[in-house]
Design a protein around this ligand. Sequence first.
Ligand code: PLP
Length: 384
Amino acid sequence: MPHIDHAELFPVINRHIWLNHAAISAWPLPVIQAAQDFIYENQHHGALNYENWLATEERLRSQLAEFIQAPSAEDISLLRNTSEALNIIAQGLNWSAGDEVVFPANEFPSNLLPWQWLERTGVIPNAVDLSKDNPEQDLIDAIGPQTRLVAASSVQFDTGLRLDLARIGQACRDKQALFAVDVIQHLGALPLNVSALPIDFLVCGSHKWLMAPEGVGFMWSRATVRSQMEVALPGWRMYPDPFNFNRDDWTPPETGRRFETGTVNMFGIHGLSAAISLLLELNPQETGEALLDRSDYLFKALSDHPKIEMVSPAQRQRRAGIVCFRAKHTDAQCVVDTLASEEIHVAKRGDNIRVSPHFYTPYDQLDAFVHRFEDVRLWQACAA
Ligand SMILES: Cc1ncc(COP(=O)(O)O)c(C=O)c1O
């Protein structure tokens, strides 16, 4: 990784110990600058330079394709968030009554609701409990002759478990099911090569590991699958020349734009473009290793503690940036709130305390977090 002045590039570390990237990240300097430039431009010139904004939008499509190693930017749809993308898939596939969709039972709600909603149309949602030892097999075993789609998050939000996408995807191929992957807890944390994976849809939002503004997300879809899908939300923005309002032919295009509707989040697009530039420059392989080093470090330090029970898997290849644990006989919310009052920010998910540093998090900040659990007063104050 090139030498980085972390305090300058990631100003959040000057004020806070931010171990909550799995929720929302603070913006790095280039994103802050892009946002400030966008505000300045609006203040002084309004939308006069709209052509430049459109150029940034186009550049973002290419940047995203490069970031996920997709051969073509045409497979990218710029959307609002992960939920929108998953709903586009749910509403776009031509389901028949009795078709099944398989997904992990403990998913974040964005990867539950679109499938459960389909039940009204006769589709069978099959929520699968994932075991710790062989979660892929649990999903694979649930794929039956009626399964049209398997949908899963690459990294589970409440345990930090990272799934083997190649293995699940291959089983989907073998059993002729489609595979949709929510990578919001993966992308920006670890590198991802969509070209090397047997998946059909990849969906992501910006505000977590990508460190960009909220309200902009994207989907990558496999062209052969996409062209068969219904356009559930038709809109003027789906055309490559959207400002031709008087076209004769309103046939939806076959590119990823097919799923875009109306006016885009230009502010978010400018921020996300700056974030992806930074991440590409820093090299996703190297930032990924730096993050895994940190999550390993946390895992080892916490698992030594007699009153801490680790929830995340121990193996490095089973994790990304999230480390979850339980503090025995302790009110987790009390711990999270007490630490927050000391500017150490983590999250509670279920009964778990979830810690999510990023590749730039200084090790002394990780130590400051771990050391708090050596303080008997914290345990006493939060005893349950
Ligand atoms: C796995 C997962 N998917 C999706 C989301 C968010 O979805 P959206 O981008 O629609 O807000 C989160 C967290 O907020 C998440 O952890």
